[in-house]
Ligand binder design. Sequence first.
Ligand SMILES: *Cc1c(COP(=O)(O)O)cnc(C)c1O
Length: 462
Amino acid sequence: MTVWQDLEQEIRGFTEQIRSIPVLRTSHPRVVRDAVSARFDLSSPVPLPELTSAVAELLRTHTIHVTHPRYFGLFNPTVSEAGIVADALAALYNPQLAAWSHSPAANELERFILRYLGAALGFDRDATFANFTTGGAEANLSAVLAALAHRFPEVDREGVASVAQRLVMYVTGESHHSFVKIARTTGLGTRVLAEVPVTPQFAFDPQALAHRIHADRNAGLEPFMIIGTAGTTAGGTIDPLEALADLAAECGAWFHVDAAWGGGAALVPRLRAALQGIERADSVTWDAHKWLSVPMGAGMFFCRHVDAVRRAFAVSTSYMPAGGEETVDPYVTTVQWSRRAIGLKVFMSIAELGHTKFAERLDQQALMGDHLRARLQAAGWLIVNDTVLPLVCFTHPDIQDGRLTTTELLRRIYARGNVWISETVLGARERVLRACITSFRTEEQDLEYLVRELEHARVASE
Ligand SMILES: *Cc1c(COP(=O)(O)O)cnc(C)c1O
């Protein structure tokens, strides 16, 4: 057999067997490390078929299988077949997307799908800047850099230290923690972040924000950015985007919406209204590698201030090919320099199914979320978050009464390896369980399985 036949076998086999293999096994660091060093010493060549099967076996054994229908985890999706094929094609042709002239096809495929997705957000196709990023963290960073370039052009030369005003970036305790790193890496410092209280439903409280902005201005501080989240990481909450857009317009702050996971709702007619207001954002983060079922890493950054983006990333060199009038070279409009064809897998995943089927696949996952909420409630569990997105945070009277901790419950669940869920804290309150539908393979039987595992783990000590 050739290595390509082996690879085909591996891809097919894994996809077909996924339902019957454990979601996870316990991998002790020493065991994994020894397994690697025992197999490979790099002193002599290893035939590629042998190498391929050895690496595949390691990956299969020591990985939490995020593409499993009973992985109810962090925002890591089951990947579409088209996504796997696209990543293989990207590796094969290895197009360099930094300069348009090096990879016209890949650049235009990316532009094409970004225009489509930008329009789904309600952005003007012809007046929006958009690019692929490694993920949401890079997209959020791009937003802050663009906002700085927009508001303070002198920062380009003089740095953030030249900004006389003390800037404030409004977030909540539920915002993504990439903003902490961004505050550091941009030189703004973490004190730029102002954490505004959330409502009892864990959403950005617009009234609290209005008060905070008022107080900050009276104290001589300068509202710089308001960060709304459409689908928070812990609880899937969609912030009141309209109200945040109004406040941003009033105080002149840049309105960024972090829709890393929740952006998928823009494609689902039944859920689109939940994102109302996102079209008023100055910039949006949306990860294709979260809900859109493509392999990592594929984030997206949308921004209506094309000039600000150009200012933030412009450079001129003697060694890069000169750009054309009608085209954009990503190395002068984005954080990355050399870049792989990130968008190919997004384009192929959507194109393979077509608009309607692709949207149905997302909606199916949202419906599974609704179903899980109902099943958990029927079995005596208590839902503690409030969202139309397929993320369920829940607890149990036994946990609330202190008879059982979420951590102990998870320990029992992980030891069996049949499902994967996690725990989190919402609004700085009590620790709760968190289950997210991330797979288009998840069916009702998988939800039943999850509820059974939960019940089993709960009564295990009684
Ligand atoms: C995952 C996530 C991010 C970070 O995105 P990466 O793709 O992991 O870099 C940012 N914001 C939110 C709301 C997220 O859920």
